[in-house]
Each structure stands twice: as structure tokens, then as C-alpha cells.
Design a protein around this ligand. Structure first.
Ligand code: AMP
Ligand code: ZN
Length: 476
């Protein structure tokens, strides 16, 4: 089945057909590096990462670009507050961003272009827009004239409201229309600036993204993503700038994620519920945070609260437990009917996982399919201590690919870690159990003693009664 994406442009589910067969060019609006990234940003980045990973799973060659905004009002304000230069701020928080995305197992973008390193390209784009009559200069500022771009408003569908909103928010006598937006801002006292044909100044935020997206991905890109707040004005303006320049469709599929709230409220510094990724990782593991972030569909809201994190923790544990049980099953060379039905269930769940992801990246349904596999493994291990080698390998591989490679939840290292972490505890537990069994034998409760041994054998322990006492080992 083909992949379908709900395109914000037109708000219809459309079949995904990239511009070039087998290749996907993807752009994701990245962070403004004036502070640590928060869990709302992380939602946007994790979702983009799952989409990238799923496209790769389907065999596409994905080029993934995500910018770093290192010059805008927030950067300047923070630099003035802290006394740090823009470069220092950018350095500190972009390093922190790379650290956080690595912790969350988000693949590094192929390119992470920084606005301040693309000033010549941005100036060039603005100049062309002026030449083509889409932009005008007033006292060192350059504005985009939205009345010249007929399709302005086609993404957000709020052209008229936009104009009215613009009029309400700011009366700027320099603008021809209230909804015109700045491509270049003349330098204000104490602000960093670059030299341009319109004097000293700096680029506007929107032109940074469309210029860098086109530089690294071409004039038409397949997927452009961001949180829903970016639909207007940011992405609407990116379209206007890019399409005015090239006359071509800028983006084929627009994907926007819904909001993350904290205990039902919008996250904000003033409410004191602003949670950075670093803070969140003090409350739970990266695996759990990531699992939580994808447990809702990307177009539905999601709430960060204790209960949801507890649920995510429980679910991650169930997945790892099942894999650990699968790993500890003793291998044999023949396949029985148990393996046959296990494989039927697992392959069917894999198909449902793909169907869910093909339907506009429905991660909650995909996770439900993973849990069918978890149940199938547990049901199998409840009644079998052995498994055919090839069947074991296939089930493990399917889980590893879907959970780790596509959803980005680390399993391999986690299962390994647990086995070594639990080893001493298992030793102590076995000592207690075998002592109790010994006591049963002393009391001639042979039936109970045998039952304990059989039960232990069923979960992979070999128990031997020798002259010097009872010894145990794990079946390999
Ligand atoms: P910013 O650094 O504010 O430009 O945000 C970077 C990305 O995070 C953008 O795609 C935003 O839309 C997204 N984002 C910011 N806050 C949230 C939130 N609370 N929930 C979901 N996405 C968010
Ligand atoms: Zn952007």
C-alpha cells in the first residue's frame, strides 16, 4: 500500500509521490538557539525523525535538512540580557541542541545550516525579489509586498484575517499593506548587522528558511515540517518568497504537528511550566520521553503529565521484557506448530504496523501493532522454553527494525544493559528460591520441589541436584 499524508496545503490526505523517484527532500524548521530546547520542540523534532526513519524504512533516500536560527529578535534580546555575543549564544545552545537530539536518538540532520552563515545567499534572494517587483525598500528595511503574490494565504487560508490581524497588531507606516513582512531589517542601535545594498541590517526570519531550504534541497522540496504555529505567518511567507522567485511549487507536502501541553496548559516561561529536554530527562529516560512523544498521533494534542509518563514507562518496559524473554528462549533446530503460529501473528502485526504508518504516520496504531507482537511473544514463552533458531531470529529482527530503526526506541543496548544489570540480582534470587526448594525436600514435599524445578526450567534455568548441593545455570 502507498503512503498517504495529510497535506496542510488543502487539508486533504494525499498519496505521497516525491518529485524524484526514490528520493525525498525534507526540511524541518529547527530551533532558535537562544535557550535549551523544550519538550514541545522535542515533539516536533522527534516526529520529523520518525517520519524520516519510516521513509528510509520504505527504501527512500532521504536528504534531511534542519536549520539553526542564530539571528532573530529573541537571540538579540538574550544576547543583550546575558552579555554573551551572538556567536557565543549560538555556540552554547546549538551544542546543547545537538546533545539533546542525540540523547533522544534523533538522527542528525544531513545539513544543519545556520542563518548567519548564509547572509550572501539571503541578500541575493532579496535583491531578486526587489528586481521582480515583489519587494520594496523603505529606509533600509525591505518588505515583501503580499498584494503582488496572488496566492498569498493559500496555506493558512486566512489571507483576509491576516491583513486585519496585521492592521491590529502594528501600524507600520512604512509598509504598503499591513500584512507585508520584513525580508531585511535595518540595523537598530546596539544590534548586530551585516552590510547589504540597503545599508547595515539583518535578515528577517522567513527568508532565512526558504533560502537555506532551496540552497540544500532545490527549488521544489518534497516535505516541509514544523509545529502548527509555523503555518502562519512563517510558512505562508516562505511560500510567497520562494514561489515569487522561482515560479515553481515550493513544497509538495506540508506537515504540521499539534501542540504539546504540560498538565493541560500551554507551556510558557511565565506559567513556570516550561520544561526543557534536559529537565525532562531527569524525570524519565530518553527512551520513555521519546515513546511518550510518539504515543499520540502527530496531529493530535499531547499532554505531558505524570500519568502519561508512567504509562510510557510501563509500555517501554513491556516491550523490553518481551524481547528479553525471546532472547532467553533456548534455541533448537526444528520448527513446531508453536513457532508457525507465532510467526503468523508477528508477520500480520508487521503488516498492520506498516498500514498504520502509511496512513499519515499513525504512530499510536503502529504502537498497538507492536503490542500484538509483545503479546504473541509472551504467549509463546508462557508455554515454551525453546524456539527454532530461525523463527527466533525473524521475530527479534522484526521487533528490532520496527521499534528501534523506525520508532527510534533503543532496544538492543537496553536489553543488553538489563541482562548485565540484572545478573547479580538473578543470582541472589536463585539462591533464595533454591533454599526454599531444599526446605521442601527436607520436609519430603517432593511434589512442590519438583514443581519449582519444572517452573524454573520452563523459563530457562537448568537445576541440578548434586552431592554438594543444588546448582543452577542458564540454558544457552
Ligand atoms: P522554535 O524554536 O520556537 O521556533 O520552535 C521549534 C519547533 O518546535 C517549531 O516547529 C515549533 O512549532 C515547535 N514547537 C514549539 N513549541 C511547541 C509545543 N508546545 N508543542 C509542539 N511543538 C512545538
Ligand atoms: Zn523555518
Amino acid at each position: 500500500m502507498g503512503l498517504k499524508i495529510l497535506n496542510t496545503m488543502g487539508m486533504r490526505k494525499e498519496e505521497f509521490i516525491p518529485l524524484h523517484d526514490g528520493e525525498v527532500k525534507m526540511y524541518v524548521c529547527g530551533p532558535t538557539v537562544y535557550d535549551f530546547i523544550h519538550i514541545g520542540n522535542a515533539r516536533a523534532f522527534v516526529i520529523a525523525d520518525v517520519i524520516r526513519r519510516y521513509l528510509e524504512y520504505k527504501g527512500f533516500k532521504v536528504t534531511f535538512v534542519s536549520n539553526i536560527t542564530d539571528i532573530d529578535d529573541k537571540m538579540i534580546r538574550r544576547s543583550q540580557e546575558t552579555g554573551l555575543s551572538l556567536q557565543q549564544l549560538g555556540e552554547i545552545y546549538s551544542n546543547a541542541y545537538f546533545e539533546d537530539i542525540a540523547a533522544l536518538n534523533i538522527k542528525r540532520p544531513d545539513v544543519s545550516p545556520r542563518a548567519t552563515q548564509h547572509i550572501p545567499e539571503i541578500i541575493d534572494a532579496i535583491q531578486k525579489l526587489i528586481e521582480k517587483g515583489y519587494a520594496y525598500q523603505v529606509d533600509g528595511d525591505v518588505y515583501f509586498d503580499v498584494s503582488k503574490f496572488e496566492e498569498y494565504g493559500k496555506l493558512s487560508g486566512n489571507k483576509m484575517e491576516a491583513l486585519e490581524m496585521g492592521a491590529r497588531i502594528e501600524i507600520n507606516p512604512r509598509k504598503r499593506n499591513p500584512a507585508d513582512f520584513a525580508l531585511w531589517k535595518a540595523q537598530k542601535e546596539g544590534e548586530p548587522a551585516w552590510y547589504s545594498p540597503w545599508g547595515w541590517g539583518r535578515p528577517g526570519w522567513h527568508i532565512e528558511c526558504s533560502t537555506m531550504a532551496m540552497k540544500y534541497l532545490g527549488e521544489t522540496i518534497d516535505i516541509h515540517m514544523g509545529g502548527k504555529d509555523l503555518i502562519f505567518p512563517h510558512h505562508e511567507n516562505e511560500i510567497a518568497q520562494a514561489e515569487a522567485l522561482t515560479g515553481k511549487t515550493f513544497v509538495r507536502y506540508w506537515i504540521h504537528n499539534e501542540w504539546l501541553t504540560v498538565e493541560g496548559q500551554k507551556m510558557s516561561k511565565s506559567l513556570g511550566n516550561f520544561i526543557t529536554v534536559k529537565d525532562a530527562l531527569k524525570m524519565c529516560s530518553p527512551n520513555v520521553l521519546r515513546f511518550f512523544l510518539i504515543s499520540a498521533h502527530y496531529r493530535s494534542p499531547i499532554d505531558f503529565n505524570r500519568e502519561n509518563i508512567r504509562l510510557a514507562e510501563e509500555n517501554v518496559r513491556k516491550i523490553l521484557d518481551a524481547l528479553e524473554r525471546l532472547k532467553s528462549l533456548k534455541e533448537r533446530s526444528e520448527r513446531g506448530s508453536g513457532e508457525e503460529s507465532l510467526l503468523v501473528e508477528v508477520r500480520d502485526a508487521k503488516r498492520r504496523f506498516e498500514e498504520a504508518m502509511d496512513d499519515d504516520f499513525n504512530t499510536p496504531l503502529a504502537i498497538a501493532a507492536i503490542f500484538s507482537i509483545v503479546r504473541a511473544i509472551n504467549n509463546y514463552a508462557n508455554i515454551n522454553a525453546e524456539i527454532e533458531t530461525a523463527a527466533k531470529k525473524e521475530v527479534y529482527e522484526i521487533m528490532k527494525v520496527l521499534v528501534e530503526d523506525v520508532l527510534g526506541i533503543r532496544v538492543e543496548t537496553e536489553v543488553e544493559k538489563r541482562t548485565t544489570e540484572y545478573e547479580p540480582i538473578i543470582g541472589n534470587l536463585m539462591e533464595i528460591i533454591l533454599e526454599l526448594r531444599q526446605e521442601m525436600r527436607r520436609r519430603k514435599e517432593w511434589k512442590i520441589a519438583d514443581e519449582i524445578r519444572e517452573k524454573l526450567q520452563r523459563i530457562g534455568f537448568i537445576i541440578e541436584d548434586t552431592h554438594s548441593g543444588t546448582i543452577w545455570k542458564l540454558k544457552k
